[in-house]
Ligand binder design. Structure first.
Ligand SMILES: Cc1cc2nc3c(=O)[nH]c(=O)nc-3n(C[C@H](O)[C@H](O)[C@H](O)COP(=O)(O)O)c2cc1C
Length: 220
């Protein structure tokens, strides 16, 4: 992770960071109902030079109104950037509780109850989440989308790597997360799993995440 202080960074540094990053967070205090000039200038560079396929996020400190945070978020949304999370608004300074909350990384996912895998993912169990790459997802979706008996040969023939805790990672995935289930909530025919992320990595910095779309009531 690279962080830049927009007040001191040269425009070349800002442009270089925007071109080389996989995701970008921009933050600002609110002064006199506005964002300081160096932030407005950096925002302009993001809008002009940024890659709209990469996720962005907004954060900021404020005293009473926080217009700068709204400005950053609205300009990025209007510029067709995808905000990865709701803007983080901190009144004056974050307290230790809020800092801890911001540092905790989590993931939530839903697993159909008829997937045998759902029975394995109990609270306290670790698992790896492979994020498939657009263009390389079809075969994996075909193999893993249906209810699968968890047989020893399930992963045979796949090109695999291992996560730090020994979970299987698909070598042609875009990225991976290793997580531990912290909550399991029944939601109709699915389980909603809330998990704490323990580790993660990017395997293909140039790829784009595959997002399957439902064409009907059945998964595509
Ligand atoms: C001169 C001045 C003007 C400010 N104007 C605003 C404002 O219009 N709206 C607001 O929500 N906060 C305002 N604030 C509060 C700041 O946003 C807040 O103190 C700041 O985000 C905290 O960050 P810091 O650690 O950089 O001081 C102002 C603060 C100062 C000193």
């Amino acid at each position: 992770m690279e962080s830049l202080n927009c007040e001191h960074a040269s425009s070349e540094q800002v442009v270089k960071a925007i071109h080389s990053c996989g995701g970008l967070l921009i933050g600002s205090p609110t002064l006199g109902g506005h964002a300081p000039t160096p932030i407005v200038s950096a925002l302009g560079t993001v809008l002009a030079e940024g890659d709209r396929s990469r996720p962005v996020g907004v954060f900021g400190s404020f005293g009473w109104s926080g217009e700068a945070i709204d400005l950053l978020a609205s300009k990025l949304r209007d510029g067709c950037f995808r905000l990865a999370f709701d803007p983080i608004r901190i009144q004056f300074s974050p307290d230790p509780g809020r800092l801890e909350q911001l540092e905790e990384q989590g993931a939530s996912l839903s697993v159909a109850r008829d997937q045998p895998l759902a029975g394995e993912l109990e609270v306290g169990e670790a698992f790896a989440l492979n994020l498939l790459a657009l263009g390389r997802e079809t075969q994996h979706l075909r193999s893993f989308q249906r209810p699968l008996p968890l047989s020893p040969g399930l992963l045979d023939g796949l090109d695999l790597q291992e996560s730090p805790a020994g979970q299987p990672l698909l070598s042609d995935a875009l990225a991976w997360l290793e997580a531990r289930v912290s909550k399991k909530v029944a939601c109709g025919d699915h389980w909603l799993l809330v998990a704490e992320v323990l580790a993660g990595g990017v395997l293909d910095a140039d790829g784009i995440t595959a997002v399957p779309q439902r064409r009907s009531g059945q998964p595509a």
